[in-house]
Design a protein around this ligand. Structure first.
Ligand code: ATR
Length: 484
């Protein structure tokens, strides 16, 4: 089982001790970054392991390797030599230094040896070679994937090392592209993953906090059989989906983890997915259309909407694409109306982008007669033509047309969300309380348009439920896809 190692980054030993105490339930070991300590703290370094109930890694990182040590190399090595008497669990020695005497000393005091290298520019071409250079010691590579292709190469190297099953190794990706490797350390055969305390400076770019690793990502429950799902997009770090999906896995006791994969190429991501045996992913901006030609099959919703937000392996192992946005959008509306369909209703869709497309599909699918209203009328016309419905512009001259389709008004555009939170796209229209008004924006919870409709007595819906429903359906699909 991969261990969790917290990097202690405080400038005093006392602060480090407090951080360690606070995180003891979450960590298996700690790394004492002596290069970040005030020099006046040096005398207290050797006694640290004796007061720590978990093994301590002794590290003094040079500036060129991402640390803060700028002194002379001889002085650094002398300090490490002296500190080794403190009974550290491990010492981190860079691969590119002549460390013969330190290695000897470490062996004599039974301190494990980590031989490390850091690449802040990317993933080196000779990664496999670097990771097998020091037989008998723990090789550590901290590299910085800058693309989905880089992540693929990193994962490939890790899995090759895992297959050979030789000496333990630590191989982790920094930054947002590398973030999944921190959560999936066990899958990658890495001896440990590093994390930071939420209140202290981060130990490296892209570190997870100990709290998130243990809570949100359930790191300790990830094993050989754990199903990997996730989200691909750019950006993904702000996504709520990991909280929703991982929360459901925990609630239902499922052996699965949901990971954010920052992606710049869905094709490279799918190659990584093959290597790791990833089961399913949510697809978000800007890949909802780009993913379609890369999968083995699509369903009716994807074909009609021209976008997929859900890709999963079906029971035959093929990549299948579907779209749960439409279902997510319609479900809260049907719940509000207490009905199974929208037959006999006339519905107005405001906006003509990707979200509008999903809305028109979903509303028509349930039997509503739909019209598209958009500021740029030509875009409304194009969308309407695809679905064989009516189209109008958005302005006072279209008030009567909107009235005619006002049984349900679904707002799908960006007017109402930051930075346009003060914009009401139908400000020209007076609600009379008979309209069901649905704005799929979820931040803010109540948009200008919703507030006005509410004041007029209309039943009003915001976008949060849609977000939850589309995710819930994904959650079900990711499970059903596997069971067939
Ligand atoms: P998405 O694919 O996420 O739906 P999009 O394609 O950028 O996003 O569409 C944004 C929608 O918001 C468009 O319908 C846009 O209208 P235009 O086609 O006329 O640009 C609409 N929108 C953006 N700002 C608006 C505003 N101030 N008033 C009304 N509609 C607005």
């Amino acid at each position: 089982m991969a261990e969790i190692c917290m990097v202690l980054t405080a400038s005093t030993m006392e602060e480090n001790r407090v951080i360690l105490e606070r995180n003891l339930p979450f960590v298996d070991m700690v790394e004492l970054r002596t290069d970040l300590l005030n020099e006046s703290e040096y005398p207290y370094v050797p006694s640290f392991p004796a007061h720590s109930s978990v093994p301590v890694v002794l590290t003094c990182r040079k500036e060129c390797d991402g640390g803060r040590w700028t002194g002379r190399e001889k002085e650094r090595l002398d300090l490490l030599d002296r500190w080794l008497d403190g009974g550290f669990g491990f010492i981190d020695l860079e691969m590119d230094i002549d460390a013969r005497s330190l290695v000897e000393k470490a062996r004599s005091v039974h301190t494990g040896i980590i031989r490390s290298f850091h690449d802040f520019k990317g993933v080196p071409e000779n990664l496999d070679d670097m990771m097998t250079r020091f037989e008998g010691d723990i090789a550590k590579g901290a590299v910085y994937p800058r693309s989905s292709g880089d992540l693929y190469r990193l994962v490939r190297t890790a899995l090759n090392l895992k297959k050979t099953g030789q000496a333990p190794y630590i191989l982790l990706g920094m930054g947002d592209f590398g973030f999944p490797t921190r959560i999936l350390a066990e899958k990658l055969g890495s001896y440990l993953t590093f994390c930071s305390d939420s209140g202290a400076p981060s130990g490296a770019p892209g570190h997870c906090t100990a709290g998130d690793l243990n809570g949100l990502y359930r790191f300790r429950k990830i094993g050989e059989k754990t199903v990997i799902n996730g989200i691909i997009g750019n950006p993904v770090s702000q996504s709520r989906s990991p909280h929703l999906h991982n929360g459901w896995y925990e609630e239902e006791g499922l052996d699965a983890v949901y990971v954010p994969f920052l992606t710049d190429s869905p094709a490279w991501f799918l190659k990584t997915a093959e290597l790791l045996g990833i089961n399913g992913v949510s697809v978000t901006v800007p890949f909802k259309s780009d993913i379609i030609p890369l999968v083995d099959k699509t369903d009716k919703a994807v074909d009609a909407i021209g976008a997929s937000n859900t890709v999963y392996r079906d029971s035959s192992g093929q990549w299948a694409a579907t779209n749960t946005d439409a279902f997510g959008l319609i479900k809260p509306l049907l719940d509000l109306l207490g009905s199974d369909d929208l037959k006999g209703r006339k519905a107005a869709v405001i906006g003509a982008g990707g979200a509008a497309r999903a809305a028109v599909f979903a509303l028509q699918d349930k039997g509503a007669q739909v019209a598209v209203f958009n500021r740029t009328k030509t875009r409304a016309d194009e969308l309407a033509q695809l679905f064989g419905c009516a189209s109008f512009g958005l302005g006072p001259e279209f008030t009567d047309d909107l009235k005619a389709y006002s049984s349900i008004i679904v707002q799908t555009g960006s007017a109402g969300m930051p930075p346009l939170e003060d914009v009401d796209p139908v400000s020209f229209y007076e609600f009379d309380g008979s309209e069901v008004v649905y704005d799929i924006i979820y931040k803010p919870e109540v948009t200008r348009m919703m507030a006005r409709a509410k004041a007029a007595g209309c039943p009003v819906l915001g976008g949060f439920k849609m977000l939850e429903e589309q995710a819930k359906l994904q959650f079900e699909i990711f499970q059903e896809g596997r069971s067939g």
